[in-house]
Write a protein that binds this ligand. Structure first.
Ligand code: ARG
Length: 588
């Protein structure tokens, strides 16, 4: 369907043309003086020079052709030459009827659907999920959902960090603790052992312990390096252990992501890319891109216009070992082979930006991707505590994701019980639903690239620009609709009519912004635009609610119109929070 803004621009363009001016001047924008008008057109100002005419004269000419417009109730020229506009209530009501009937609520499906891989989450096996991984999961999940809504084929890949020294460290520590395990027997050959010789909590304790020891004890570190090497060569006992580590860890990760309402289409891992490394490296050498520098194999990626030094991309260390960069390049090879994507988007901490600049340049230069395959990096900022420093536990340790979620849910539980609108028995479940909105909205309402302060008090508040406020608004609508139904009302009857007051018109105007907001949020990979939008819609709804008698309205058609408007508001808000990755309870 044609959006409201487009329909207005069409009217304006036609009027410009009829008045003898170029129709391209007929652009319409949301008014920056909402006290005077709803929309405006600045085309007469823009055209003044070309036509050597005072802008208000052009505007006067144009407005003369808008007198019987089906769209505008007011077209007014103000000096020096703005055209101020208000839309007809009837037109607005018709527009919302069409929007409510549209499956995508006026979002136009992408003309050329693209295959887009989003690399997000990025947890490391056997290391506990910490808050640093939270942002990647939340932002990536939202962009995936928005991308799908606008019609693209989006594939989410968790890209597990399962390769490298951390595995060697765990194996080494296990060997010290349980040398009797069959896996350390050189004659061990079983491929698929049954039960893991450790639990997830042990595993999570083993890694930091081993990592600490390796920093102080060189012999221990060498042992871990050797174990990593043997694992990478496929030593059966170590492969079996690796399998156990993977199973135990992935089960736990899935449980955590489930709680966050985050899911992945692919559970690919760094190790899956390893088989692609030898061929890729060989080709880069053959084509003359890769050369040996001080024993290491590198590819130059600096470019003429660089303002800062971009060091060469290192493929192999002098001992022949591959690196994080090599794995990421090989993963691109694998992804191109399996999915031939039009775009790969990485949602990773912005401190890894240089790494991705190197990887992207190297991939492009050496022809790993098609010329028109987009490689994009969405680098997000740090989540800080109230002191402005990276978020820590009260004791100063690294905050585990589970702890953070527990803290939020407890805070939410207290607030919900204080509210007393929910029975104790439901309060826990409700606290989890609302708590998730607090975390996700708190994160997503900031521009992703910026650092932000994680403030539990503010994020869990029912007032202000927060997730719980948005949910509160949805719950309020749900309860009005329920009451209407209980009183014998028919939720399907009637249609949206002209607005009865300014607050209703404002709500209706806000709702028309849905399509453009979602399309733009995808274009700019900016979920925060959806947050800003639903905050406005919620404010508009709450003003309307306070200024209008809805259920006590006596005119049946008018009441039915309010109900249809409520239903559309609810649908818009619910669709938006689903795009952000959370949902609303029935009561709170
Ligand atoms: N596992 C990495 C980390 O914790 C993030 C992975 C990001 N994705 C990638 N393709 N490099 O830092």
């Amino acid at each position: 369907m044609k959006k409201l803004m487009e329909q207005m621009a069409e009217e304006l363009s036609a009027a410009f043309e009829k008045a003898g001016y170029d129709p391209s001047y007929g652009k319409v924008t949301v008014s920056n003086r909402p006290d005077l008008c709803e929309f405006q057109c600045n085309g007469a100002m823009a055209g003044a020079k070309a036509y050597k005419k005072a802008p208000f004269m052009i505007a006067d000419d144009v407005v003369a052709y808008l007198k019987d417009s089906r769209v505008f109730s007011m077209t007014e020229v103000v000096k020096p030459g703005f055209i101020n506009l208000k839309v007809k209530g009837e037109f607005l009501a018709d527009y919302l009827k069409e929007m409510a009937a549209d499956e995508k609520l006026s979002v136009s499906a992408a003309k050329e659907p693209k295959t887009i891989i989003i690399d997000y989450g990025g947890p490391n096996v056997a290391k506990p999920l910490h808050v640093g991984h939270l942002r990647s999961a939340i932002i990536g999940e939202s962009i995936k959902r928005i991308g799908r809504f606008v019609g693209h084929k989006v594939i989410g890949d968790v890209h597990l960090g399962d390769w490298g020294l951390q595995m060697g460290l765990i194996i080494t520590e296990l060997k010290h603790r349980k040398p009797e395990l069959v896996y350390f027997d050189d004659s061990y050959t079983e491929e698929y052992p049954e039960k893991a010789p450790f639990t997830i909590s042990e595993l999570e304790e083993i890694y930091p312990c081993a990592s600490g020891k390796s920093k102080e004890d060189e012999a221990y570190r060498n042992e871990a390096l050797e174990a990593t090497h043997l694992l990478q060569q496929g030593k059966p006992g170590y492969m079996a252990l690796w399998n156990h580590i993977m199973n135990v860890s992935v089960t736990d990760l899935k449980r955590n992501y489930d709680k966050l309402n985050v899911s992945f289409d692919l559970w690919k891992k760094e190790s899956d890319a390893q088989p692609y490394i030898p061929g890729m490296v060989e080709e880069m050498k053959e084509k003359g891109f890769a050369y040996v520098d001080q024993g290491a194999l590198v590819v130059d990626v600096k470019e003429e216009n660089d303002t800062k030094e971009i060091p060469p991309c290192m493929l192999l260390k002098s001992d022949g070992a591959s690196l994080y960069t090599t794995t990421d390049l090989a993963t691109i090879v694998e992804r191109m082979k399996l999915f031939n994507p039009d775009e790969i988007l990485y949602v990773v901490d912005k401190r890894q930006e240089l790494h991705f600049i190197q990887v992207f340049r190297c991939a492009r230069k050496t022809g790993l991707v098609k010329d028109d395959t987009k490689l994009s990096f969405l680098g997000f900022g740090t989540m800080n505590g109230k002191d402005g420093k990276p978020f820590k536990t009260r004791e100063g340790g690294v905050m585990r994701l589970e702890t953070l979620i527990k803290d939020i849910n407890e805070e939410m539980f207290t607030k919900i019980v204080e509210n007393r609108s929910v029975k104790d028995k439901d309060a826990k479940e409700t606290a989890e639903i609302v708590g998730l909105s607090a975390i996700k909205y708190g994160d997503l309402s900031n521009q992703a690239t910026k650092d932000y302060i994680f403030d539990i008090d503010r994020f869990t508040s029912f007032e202000g620009n927060t997730g719980p406020y948005i949910l509160y608004t949805i719950v309020r609508i749900k309860s009005i609709l329920n009451r209407f139904k209980e009183e014998g009302g028919n939720l399907e009857a009637g249609a949206i009519l002209d607005p009865v007051n300014d607050s209703q018109k404002n709500l209706m105007l806000q709702l028309t912004g849905f399509g453009a907001t979602v399309e733009n949020a995808f274009e700019e990979k900016a979920p925060h635009k959806i947050c800003a939008y639903i905050y406005e819609v919620s404010n508009a709804f709450n003003s309307f609610y306070h200024e209008t008698k809805i259920l006590s309205e006596e005119n049946e058609a008018q009441k039915a119109s309010f109900i249809q408007l409520l239903k559309l508001t609810k649908k818009v808000l619910e669709t938006c929070i689903d795009l952000l990755g959370f949902s609303a309870p029935d009561r709170m």
